[in-house]
Design a protein around this ligand. Structure first.
Ligand code: SF4
Length: 200
């Protein structure tokens, strides 16, 4: 198989063009996250941890879960946690379900910073707003399928999306959530659902 970066291959293959386009978009994420980190004298992963803590439930806010979420080692996440504690952006709590680990929460200062920083993707969302509704739905469904396959092949770990959820059903190409007992339209499919239960 030829590389999608080989221009001869790329210009004759829509899949290769999509791969290279995704790579360009991931570069935009990297640059925007880097700018946000620099502005706050933090590293990109420290900003990502703050944003994650702001929008996810307590039981997910611990070192082991964060390590899986960001595909990093526990030692790397622990280093970030140490810096964020020192800067008084987060605090530690006892974990009532496991005395060997602790939970992490944001301080008031951390919450403000996480909320501000969570808008770092604004410039990526802006061009999407101008696309027709049907095109946005197609992009969302296509990306969810790609993420699902990457998860199945072990390249990315934790996913809280409909396609990996035990409450999700697909009948005759219709999406259904057994928890909410409702059909899901294309645009209602979730990428990160708080009620997600991993299908085993
Ligand atoms: S619980 Fe959430 S992730 Fe699961 S099927 Fe329903 S909407 Fe999708």
């Amino acid at each position: 198989m030829k590389s999608p970066f080989n221009l001869e291959q790329q210009n004759n293959s829509i899949e290769s063009k999509i791969v290279v386009a995704l790579e360009r978009i991931s570069e935009a994420f990297r640059v925007l996250l880097w700018n946000e980190s620099k502005e706050n004298s933090l590293s990109p992963i420290q900003i990502q941890v703050l944003i994650f803590l702001r929008f996810h439930s307590e039981e997910k806010c611990k070192v082991s879960y964060l390590a899986d979420e960001f595909n990093m080692t526990k030692a790397t996440i622990s280093d970030s946690v140490r810096v964020l504690l020192k800067k008084e952006l987060i605090q530690k709590f006892d974990n009532p379900n496991d005395t060997r680990s602790y939970l992490i929460g944001l301080t008031e200062q951390g919450k403000l910073l996480a909320e501000k920083s969570s808008n770092f993707t604004f410039n990526i969302e802006k061009p999407l707003n101008s696309l027709p509704e049907q095109q946005k739905k197609e992009i969302l469904t296509g990306l969810l399928k790609v993420i699902y396959q990457l998860n199945q092949s072990g390249i990315i770990t934790i996913q809280r999306m409909c396609f990996t959820c035990s409450y999700y059903q697909n009948e005759n190409n219709e999406h259904y959530c057994k928890l909410m007992r409702t059909k899901l339209t294309q645009k209602e499919l979730r990428v990160d659902c708080p009620e997600h239960e991993l299908k085993i």
